[in-house]
Design a protein around this ligand. Structure first.
Ligand SMILES: O=C(O)c1ccccc1NCC(=O)[C@H](O)[C@H](O)COP(=O)(O)O
Length: 260
């Protein structure tokens, strides 16, 4: 059983539990449900391209930082030029929660990616309800037809879609209706990261596709290398979150890339 199998098996239980407690009609009945969402596609072009992640823990690294508050960190990400904010809402494996987005939504304008493991329509209504602008579809846990169906549902709800692929086979999940494609550098079997991986797969995507390099971006050199290779977005979590003060780490990183 891979880590993804374990996460998905637990996610099914969670979704069934949520469905039994809150109906889709109830999810639709919230202030955030009516709000106009922000576009990550536009923001990637207008700002640094960095999608800065709030990540307390992960299966590969264990606890990364459980001392800082989401609002404090995410405000700095916004103020210093992040194009997007990624918030892990999975509890059991990443230590996140819906509340992390809900609590700061009204104070943040930057597009927010709900980073979770989407397997059921219900979760898209939840994402809109909690205040997300973008959702992640992980090709490894969906069929190409589910990816398309969930993309269309997301668009009906005003959400953008970031499709995440890990392997060459998963390029089959691509469809032109998808907003952004993320290529994850982390191998989910052994957790090794390899930046060459995203570069190789990016070259096989249609030329106009907005592409995001995900995971393992641990230095200015890594960022500059991927930028030079033509990526539009850079999803970075651990590099900032491993510091006692992730806000300061983000500010320093942005200052460096603005100077170079
Ligand atoms: O990070 C993990 O260990 C992980 C394990 C299994 C599934 C997903 C996982 N991470 C989610 C992500 O994609 C990353 O949080 C994101 O790309 C940022 O990566 P990093 O900058 O390396 O923290």
């Amino acid at each position: 059983m891979t880590i993804l199998d374990k996460i998905i098996s637990r996610k099914k239980e969670e979704v069934n539990f949520s469905k039994a407690n809150i109906s889709v009609e109830e999810l639709k009945d919230s202030a955030f449900f009516e709000r106009k969402t922000a576009s990550l596609k536009s923001s990637l072009k207008e700002k640094s391209g960095i999608i800065a992640e709030f990540k307390r823990q992960s299966p590969s690294k264990g606890v990364i930082n459980d001392k800082v508050s989401p609002f404090e960190v995410v405000s700095a990400y916004e103020n210093f030029g992040a194009s997007g904010i990624s918030i892990l809402t999975d509890t059991d494996f990443f230590g996140g929660s819906f509340k992390d987005i809900m609590d700061l939504r009204s104070q943040i304008k930057t597009p927010v990616l709900r980073k979770d493991f989407m397997i059921d329509e219900y979760q898209f209504y939840e994402a809109k309800n909690m205040g997300a602008d973008v959702i992640l579809l992980i090709a490894a846990c969906l069929s190409p037809s589910q990816v398309l169906e969930f993309t269309h549902l997301s668009h009906e709800l005003g959400l953008e879609v970031l499709l995440e692929i890990h392997t060459e086979e998963e390029l089959q999940h691509f469809h032109p209706d998808i907003d952004l494609v993320g290529i994850n550098n982390r191998n989910l079997k052994d957790f090794k990261v390899d930046l060459q991986h995203s570069v190789r797969l990016k070259n096989q995507l249609p030329e106009q596709t907005l592409s995001v390099a995900e995971s393992g971006i641990y230095s200015i050199e890594d960022f500059s290398y991927l930028k030079e290779k033509g990526f539009d977005g850079f999803l970075m979590g651990e590099y900032f979150m491993k510091n006692e003060d992730p806000a300061k780490a983000f500010k320093e990183f942005i200052n460096h890339i603005n100077l170079s």
